[in-house]
Design a protein around this ligand. Sequence first.
Ligand code: VGL
Ligand code: ZN
Length: 208
Amino acid sequence: MTISDQDVLLVIDVQNDFCTGGALAVPGGERVVPAINRIAQGFANVVLTQDWHPGDHVSFAANHTSKQPFETVELDYGTQVLWPTHCVQGSPGAEFHRDLEVTRPNLVVRKGFRRGIDSYSAFYENDRTTPTGLLGYLRERELKRVFVAGLALDFCVRYSAEDARKAGFEVAVIEDACRGIDLGGSVAATHQSFKALGIPALSFEALL
Ligand code: VGL
Ligand code: ZN
């Protein structure tokens, strides 16, 4: 596969809190780093996302009475999973993994920074209407194909890939450069949804 100047690599949330030892560790999370660093070399356009929550964020179980992580709560925008406190703005857990190559990327999109609303997708917050601005960036730059990698496959990678596809981009997910949380069958649901939307899974080796 040939990567062109109209392609973008979208790297989702490769942050310490999603890696081994982190507050919301995704099994093997840090293992995506070497693959992402290698394929990023071939892209003229690389965008990173960074989960970036205030300490009093509504998605943290600790900010609700009698709630445990991975339980859900009904908010005005719908059902929200409650997470362990993670990716707090300015904390070490919110930093990119130290081995992630961060000089090549030309944009960092921070998300989930409003207290009352979570944002899995790089494009829209969890009310599914508040934009992050990334869609405008990609359109204005006239980018056409979006390759998605990172953490977690079944949450932020999933929502980002789906939103990109629904916005009309050609989208592929680099599955071996992703790892999932797998909560209540969420990895299987992700695969089904990708299939229904026409989002193929690639190996990073196809991009070398
Ligand atoms: C994520 C849960 C909460 C992710 C972020 O990056 O997939 N998941 N915040
Ligand atoms: Zn988060």
